[in-house]
Design a protein around this ligand. Sequence first.
Ligand code: FAD
Length: 497
Amino acid sequence: MVAERAATMFFFGARMRIPSQVRRTFGVDRKVSTASRKPKVSVRAQGTSDASVAVLGGGAAGLTAAYFAAVSGAKRVIVYERTSEAGKKILMSGGARCNVLPVSARVEDFVTESTPRKLKNIMASWNVERCREWLENDIGLELGIEHVTNKYFPLSNSSREVRDKLLEACLREGVDIRYGASVEGLRRVSDDGADGEAWSLLMRDCPDERVSVVILAMGGMSFPAVGTDGTGYVIARRDLEHNLAEPYPALVPLTGKHPGGEQLPGVSVNVSLECEPIQGGIKAGKKKKAKANREGFLFTHRGFSGPAVLDLSHNVVRSLVRTKGCNKGEDVEQSDADMMEVVVPSLVVSWSGESRDEWQERLAAPPGKALVATRLREGLPQRLADALLAEAGVDNDCKVADLRRVDRLKLLDVLTKYRIPVDGHQGYRKAEVTGGGVPLDEINFQTMESLKSPGVYFCGEVCDVFGRIGGFNFLWAWTSGRLAGMSAAKLVSEKNQ
Ligand SMILES: Cc1cc2nc3c(=O)[nH]c(=O)nc-3n(C[C@H](O)[C@H](O)[C@H](O)COP(=O)(O)OP(=O)(O)OC[C@H]3O[C@@H](n4cnc5c(N)ncnc54)[C@H](O)[C@@H]3O)c2cc1C
């Protein structure tokens, strides 16, 4: 495997090739709790790495940044990756098919609490078409459009191909990938050891290393089992003086009871889903009605998922996370009594997406002896139709002609503006991305360099940006990674002059 072939490690300052069986046991996949760990940076313990650009994190954004730093002239680029392989999230993505890009993108496809203009400027540094050309021509991926969803996938339908080809491209350009290398802190130092122009990387279980320029690409907190536990946020806040937009799980399944007291796991339906803001609520809930771009809605064992739910989940989760004592991003459901007291935006669904008038017509159509249940089943999966009848208090054997006005109105409400009884979410373990992070307002949008700590660049999920389902998160990773990599290379060459 490419990753295996290329693995090199720095051990007490000396660079050497490590046999794979040793690599597997060297600091790989350890659980790290960074939140409480202060960096014990000792300049005396410096390693002797001559890296000019240090990329912290070997995910989609970090590998892209490393590639562009290398092709932009940085002589020495090292990726520090804490796990045993790079790009693990690429492997998991898109159901292992990897939805690498959307067909087109607008700033509205992304969520940030920073000034939207900043995001727009960063996204304008590249575009989907140029990005696609890069993936095809430089990385060597053949891509195709899935027209139903407007998404780009590799023709191989293999996320492994995406990861391997990206990694190969980095290695071809001379990037070193250092596995089992967990960076726990950063401190500015100068060549003589005093505070100054370079950066000291505080490494876990090996000597600190001095580098010229840093690209922080450690991702967020979702799927912590694959190496992302929020260390990037800790470093940004503690060592680089950034004020974070409080992170929260996003694109995450929600929990709650199914309609009609029924259990409907596995039932999926195309819906129209909207998020109603809280009147007079906290800032996150004051925005205008958000509507899901996608229609897929899935009942799970514990609640609700599918693209429509995932795309709007952040509205609810952010409110929960920002409300006192309710949730620190962990898996939370109705058993948490606090949760019930929190006012969160409502998700309102029209099952099947048909309008109230359309349902009215369907329900009133002759013959009157037809069952109401049959009419519902014409437009909805049977189990859901029966559950919605129960929710509206209408008997299964009620005939169209016998449906009382009051019951018809209640049924129409249940069919077209049903409030999903959300009582929690499935936390970072199931969240595809993390919302919040390093604010774009604290980053130079022309370079991705920190405005608080010059010489450090950010890219990818660690920033206060995520996109909706559909390849937008990789688009952000590629775009911000490229800009950070090119800018870091430029700074290094200026330093060398
Ligand atoms: C199940 C799933 C499916 C997804 N599917 C899609 C999809 O189809 N399309 C799409 O656009 N997006 C998808 N996403 C989102 C997408 O994967 C992420 O947005 C993207 O991978 C983020 O890239 P990143 O490089 O910023 O962070 P990551 O990929 O999370 O990479 C961060 C890297 O930093 C390393 N790291 C962390 N801390 C340290 C440290 N202290 N020292 C050294 N290294 C460290 C981690 O091990 C990791 O390798 C999906 C996400 C998930 C979880």
